[in-house]
Every structure is written in C-alpha cells, then in structure tokens.
Write a protein that binds this ligand. Structure first.
Ligand code: PLP
Length: 372
C-alpha cells in the first residue's frame, strides 16, 4: 500500500468544479490584482480568527516580513523566537536587519519555552515571535505578560495553526499581529503561495496595507520602503472555496490523530502532547521515536510517506553561523531535531491506510523495542 504524507489530489477531487469555476470567474473579470475575492477572503479570515482586520499577502513568509517592517523593526533591533521552526520565521527577522535571538523549546509541545524568554530580553529587544508549531499554539499568557512588561510587540507565527485555540482564543488574535500561510500543505492551502496578517490594531493594519504595495501611500508617493507582498486574487478565489471545509478537515485530522494516539499508547512511540489549554488543528502529527532515521527510511520503503520537521534547528543553519550559537546552547531543540518525525494525518486518509500505518510502524520498530 502507498500512503503519501499528504494527498492534495484527494482533496482537490472533492472541490474540483467549484475551484475551476472560482478561478474562471477571476479570469473572466480580469481583476488580476486585488479586487473583491481578496477583500472577501480578508473579511472571512478576520472573522474566523476573531480579529478586526486582515491583510492578504503573497505568502506566510511575507506575512511575517510585512509585520516586522510595519512595526518598524530593523537594524540594531533584536527579535526573540524559537530555533525549532521553518526557516521563514528566523529568515524574515534577519532580512529586516534585526538580530534573531533564539530561545529553547518546551520539549513536550515543541513550542518556545515561555519560561526562558525573559532572560533573553535586552534593551534592544523589540518583539517576540512565538511559532504555533504543528497546529498547536504556544503558551501565550506568559508570553504576553513578558511582552507587556517590556513593551514588546508579539507576532504570532500561526502559519501552521489557523483557527487553533489557546484558552478559547484564536491563533493570531492574542498578539499584536498574527501570520498565516496558505502554502498548499497547510490546513487551508491555496493552489500556490499566499498568506495573511490579522490584527486588532488599526494603525498597524493601515501600515500593513501600505507596506504590501511598496509602501505606496497614494499613487507614486512612497511613505515607506515596502515590497510587493500582494495576495493573488486567483489564490483568494480558490481559498474561498476551501474555507467552508476548513473546520471539517481539521476535525478529520483530530480524529486521525486520536486513532494513532490510541494505537501507539503504551509503546516507545511518544505521541504528540496537546496542552489542555489548546485545541490543535494537527497541521502535522509529530511523534518522537528511537532510531528515527532508520525508521523513516524503513517506512518510506514500505510506502508510508513520513517527513522530518525539522532536522536542523535554525542556530545550526550555515546562514545563521554569524549569530554565534554552539552545539548544546539550545539542547531541547537539538534533541527534538534528532527524534521527531511526522506521519500522514491528512483528512482524506482511509481506515485501511491508518490501519496499515498503525500495524507497520510497530512491526518496523520491532516488538521488543516497542514495549516501554
Ligand atoms: C512555521 C512557519 N512559518 C512560516 C512559514 C512560511 O510560509 P510560506 O511558505 O507561505 O511563505 C511556514 C510555512 O511554510 C511555516 O511553517
């Protein structure tokens, strides 16, 4: 049996006609930049995120970059974030000229360890970027407390966590701004790149809008040095078709995760820890296992798509050597990078596929190794 990590064709088959009609509508209108589809998506994403404002942008990366630029973060500033994330989080900080300051993770959730943040704050610190990894939000209360105390902005990197909650509050609605990605593998994925920033701060919203269009205030008057961060209306049209399904798709992911949790209980497979404060959307179902690399190779040979998110923490990336981190500086992130692997959890997984994974994984690990 072949089980891919993600099967976008299976999802597309269920909404093909609507996506084609929506894309065709944009093409017929020839509103190829901006327009009603982008505005409608912004309104709907703001609403499902319990935020007043939303700004469609070209990607999750540009959502973070635009947020940082609109908050005026640049050379000489410091921004605190996690080393255990996709490159875009830390890369965007560095692109503004600010210095990324990395704080280790909570080994249970893989999210930034809020207890370690305050000791990383200096007089240069301007913002914190908690990343809501794999679908689960970071521990936002202590993060907001530190931010309030030191007058810092908080940019939630919610690229993997649209509609997930922390103490009943939506991802993106707690910090100064929240950033979503519509990369096709996300729970709400476009048919190409796309992203969105949400905020409750009207001044920031106005800046984000101007910044995404080269900082242009009125035609050919450039108030800021911005960029082309605009969301493509074809993406907005496809996303509007998918949006009504998002909650069912995330529910199906939670059901699949619960199935694995049950099957792997009492084994050496460490299943995801979900805080009682959080409802996750399981953008990824990430387990910890012994002999991870060997296991990944064996599962791939048996037709099971699995992936390592993330094999190399940000402080070990060649381009961030200048930050001066050494082996052992961020031990929990380093350990996680050696032990984690993601299993297929996408909504269209069939019972047969899940059974196959649940039977194959223990068999590969070996019955003896699998018992605690
Ligand atoms: C945690 C995180 N941050 C940022 C991004 C960047 O999003 P995009 O790929 O849409 O630029 C991603 C997604 O790829 C992500 O997973």
């Amino acid at each position: 049996m072949q089980v891919p990590l993600l099967d976008l064709k299976a999802q597309y088959a269920t909404i093909r006609n609507q996506v084609l009609a929506a894309v065709s509508e944009v093409l017929e209108s020839q509103r190829c930049i901006g327009g009603p589809k982008v505005a409608e998506l912004e309104e709907k994403i703001a609403a499902i995120s319990d935020c007043k404002f939303a700004v469609g942008v070209s990607s999750g990366t540009d959502a973070i970059l635009n947020s940082l630029m609109s908050l005026g973060i640049s050379v000489g500033d410091e921004v605190i974030t996690t080393p255990f994330t996709f490159f875009a989080t830390v890369g965007s900080i560095a692109r503004t000229g600010a210095k990324p300051v990395l704080v280790d993770i909570d080994p249970r959730t893989f999210n930034i360890n809020a207890e370690l943040i305050e000791s990383a704050v200096t007089e240069k610190t301007k913002a914190i970027i908690p990343v809501h990894l794999f679908g689960q939000m970071a521990d936002m209360d202590p993060i907001m407390e530190i931010a309030d105390k030191h007058n810092l902005a908080v940019i939630e990197d919610a690229a993997q966590s649209i509609t997930s909650t922390y103490k009943g509050r939506k991802a993106g609605s707690i910090g100064t701004a929240g950033c979503f990605s519509f990369y096709p593998s996300k729970n709400l994925g476009g048919i190409g790149d796309g992203g969105m920033v949400v905020t409750n701060d009207e001044n920031l919203y106005e800046r984000l809008v101007v910044m995404r269009n080269h900082g242009q205030d009125s035609q050919y008057d450039h108030k800021y040095i911005g960029g082309n961060f605009r969301l493509d209306p074809i993406q907005a049209a496809a996303l509007l078709v998918k949006l009504p399904h998002l909650s069912d798709w995330s529910e199906a992911r939670r059901r699949n995760a619960a199935y694995y949790d049950k099957k792997f209980a009492g084994t050496v497979v460490k299943t995801p820890y979900i805080s009682p404060d959080c409802v996750t959307i399981y953008n990824q179902y990430v387990i910890r296992v012994p002999n991870r690399d060997e296991l990944v190779n064996c599962l791939k040979e048996k037709g099971i798509g699995c992936e390592i998110y993330y094999p190399l923490p940000m402080h070990f990336q060649e381009c961030f050597k200048y930050l001066g981190y050494k082996q052992g500086d961020l031990p929990e992130a380093e350990k996680a990078a050696k032990e984690v692997m993601a299993l297929p959890v996408y909504p269209e997984l069939t019972d047969e596929m899940k059974d196959y994974i649940a039977e194959t994984l223990p068999a590969v690990l070996g019955d003896r190794a699998l018992k605690r």
